[in-house]
Design a protein around this ligand. Structure first.
Ligand SMILES: [Zn+2]
Length: 118
């Protein structure tokens, strides 16, 4: 997920970390010959990068985790309500109407249930 750089700091091993608007940090090492980011070594170079965009890997992981949780909860709600409607004696079409109706009115807390965010 694209996030603006808001500031920089060094970690305990003295590597530069870009601080992103989402609150996450991302290393921006100058580590030749693998990575060339000479700009990170000077205050002026870092200042020029504030406001620029980095892809936040942690936000991407979180978004994937949220999407997967919502998908699993939707499937669970559909299966349970479809089966329950069948036990109540509804035909297949009626079962689907009940299941879809429940899913349309489900609250976000239920969709995000069991999501573990550190
Ligand atoms: Zn982030």
């Amino acid at each position: 997920m694209e996030r603006n750089i808001t500031d920089f700091h060094t970690d305990k091993e003295n590597h530069w970390v870009a601080e992103l608007e989402c609150g996450h940090g991302q290393h921006v090492r100058h580590d030749p010959p693998l990575i060339y980011r000479e700009w990170v070594l000077t205050e002026d170079g870092r200042k020029q990068r504030i406001g620029q965009i980095l892809n936040c890997v942690r936000c991407d992981e979180l978004a994937t985790q949220i999407a997967e949780t919502i998908k699993q909860n939707c499937v669970k709600i559909l299966k349970q309500s479809y089966e329950q409607a069948g036990i109540s004696g509804l035909c297949g079409e009626g079962q689907w109407e009940v299941a879809i109706g429940l899913l349309e009115h489900v609250d976000q807390a239920t969709l995000l249930k069991a999501l573990c965010v550190d």
